[in-house]
Design a protein around this ligand. Structure first.
Ligand SMILES: [Fe+2]
Ligand SMILES: [Fe+2]
Length: 524
């Protein structure tokens, strides 16, 4: 019954042309593939080896006692369960991370490194005087959380923080019986380290100054101290006539050390993992950046257009909670490819000769489309972050180059042989919300220049027309924007565009004084 209904629904979706395509189809694949499952299994074995390598070695040689085997099975079950939960969470909510093997590998290796650090500190603990013990509070869990938040995102960092805190707690629990009474208890270790990790992940959303990491570290350290004090109060262990417990020092030292280490490592992380951190993006907004300086010199009108697109894109991204700094930077750089042939783009032609007058429409379309490829090449050469290069590559998606398509169809008439697909940009379509925002803002900014009287009603109609055309053309199908977000983007762009044209809206006197405006062709 159920299967029949699903099949009928699928057929009707087929007929309506609403069958999921591209990335959406990818999202409907089985949650965890065989390769990802194998990686997960390898991670479990490696983690068990880190936690209890002696018993594992004995079991492999067939010399493990009954008690040791029980311990091994218990460790395997806990680590396996946590890993399965983590993988299921990532596959369900963070498919992008799981489907990229390299990222998944880095994620797993970092988790292993964190537990290795905890085990090493526990082993060192046994050699210290009893009152100095609890070195496990130095485990840099919050450093890993900040690292994950910077390179993958906050949700991944929080998930990793939760699982890692459990695994470190497991290491403490497994070590406890051997270490005796002086061993730390698992619950305070989990709570204290998890609090620092969650704080680090949440506070790392925007890092616009390198010193912010020092502040995050210090505050995480103070959070550790506060929680540790609470646990000591809970057991009634604090005495005014005695020195404070050493674990407070380890907890504070953990936070401060993490802040310092991450401040030093951040530029290296940006370079190795090619991440567009806020600090890197802020550096790219500097108008003294070589690419932006060249753009203003070689194609000043394109530079002006890019700055206007940047204002629209930033406001639109803020309106839907997307990365507004990335949208701003993407818009600044989206048309850098025009620098290679600035005279071919209408905004840079002034009153001079138009090279397209000598070219066939098909050749003109190739020249216009080439600014995307040229832009990507310039961005790669200048080592711009991947996220910015992607925006350059996707800012036209597979949109039609309408002006030259119309010209071709008019010239060729009945003899038209070229497919309309020839007059489209090569793509790909925007894959992120920020790239889609730059696409919409770019098209609207360019079209707004053709408005003779940019009054709010005309601006609103234009914004709606352009957005609807991008939606109907399927350009926004890979970027995960919802219809309500598209509506918010329209409203934000309308507001900023009205503010931009406010000074230019015609008043009776200025209309008389103003010379006739030449009709302009849209070029984005
Ligand atoms: Fe543009
Ligand atoms: Fe463009």
């Amino acid at each position: 019954m159920g299967r029949g209904r699903t099949h009928r629904r699928r057929l009707s979706l087929d007929r309506l042309g609403a069958v999921p395509r591209g990335r959406l189809r990818g999202a409907l694949r089985p949650a965890v593939t065989l390769a990802e499952g194998l990686l997960g299994a390898a991670f479990v074995v490696a983690m068990v080896a880190v936690l209890d390598h002696t018993t594992l070695a004995q079991a492999v040689r067939g010399r493990a006692s009954g008690e040791a085997l029980q311990r091994l099975v218990g460790t395997l079950a806990v680590v396996g369960g946590l890993t399965a939960l983590g993988l299921a969470y990532l596959a369900r909510f963070q498919r992008r991370l799981v489907s990229t093997r390299r990222q998944l590998l880095v994620f797993g290796v970092c988790c292993l490194a964190c537990v290795v650090a905890a085990k090493a500190l526990l082993a060192l603990d046994a050699r210290l005087r009893p009152e100095w013990r609890s070195l496990v509070y130095l485990t840099p869990l919050s450093a890993f959380a900040v690292f994950f938040a910077v390179i993958y995102g906050q949700r991944e960092a929080i998930a990793a923080g939760l699982i890692l805190a459990m695994l470190v707690g497991l290491a403490v629990y497994a070590t406890g019986p051997r270490a005796g009474a002086a061993a730390p208890e698992p619950l305070p270790v989990i709570a204290v380290l998890l609090s620092g990790a969650l704080f680090g992940a949440l506070a790392s959303r925007t890092i616009r100054k390198r010193t912010k990491l020092l502040k995050i570290g210090l505050l995480a350290g103070l959070l550790h101290v506060g929680l540790l004090l609470s646990f000591h109060l809970l057991r009634g262990r604090l005495r005014l006539d005695q020195a404070p417990p050493f674990d407070l020092l380890w907890g504070l030292g953990n936070g401060v050390g993490v802040g310092m280490i991450m401040t030093i490592l951040l530029p290296l992380i940006e370079l190795v993992f090619d991440v567009a951190t806020d600090i890197r993006l802020l550096e790219l907004t500097d108008q003294d950046q070589p690419l932006l300086r060249s753009l203003v010199t070689l194609a000043p009108s394109t530079d002006n257009h890019s700055r206007r697109v940047a204002r629209l894109a930033e406001a639109a991204a803020e309106a839907i909670g997307a990365n507004s700094l990335l949208a701003l930077v993407g818009a600044y750089y989206h048309d850098i490819g025009k620098m290679t042939k600035p005279e071919c783009y209408i905004e840079n032609q002034m009153d001079g000769e138009n090279p397209h007058d000598r070219l066939r429409p098909s050749m003109s379309a190739l020249v216009i489309a080439s600014h995307v490829k040229d832009g990507v090449e310039l961005a790669v050469e200048a080592r711009l972050p991947h996220a910015v290069t992607d925006i350059i590559e996707q800012h036209h998606g597979t949109s039609s180059i309408e002006y030259f398509l119309d010209r071709y169809l008019k010239q060729a008439g009945d003899k038209a042989t070229l497919d309309t697909a020839f007059f489209r940009y090569p793509g790909p379509k925007p894959a992120t919300k920020e790239a889609a925002i730059v696409m919409i803002a770019d098209a609207i900014e360019a079209a707004s220049r053709t408005l003779d009287q940019p009054v709010p009603s005309r601006i609103e109609a234009l914004v709606k027309r352009i957005t609807a055309s991008k939606l109907l053309d399927g350009q926004l199908e890979d970027c995960r924007l919802t219809l309500s977000e598209v509506r918010l983007i329209e409203q934000a762009i309308f507001r900023v565009l009205c503010a931009m044209y406010h000074a230019r809206i015609e008043y009776p006197t200025s209309r008389l004084e103003r010379p006739a405006r030449p009709s302009s062709r849209r070029t984005t």
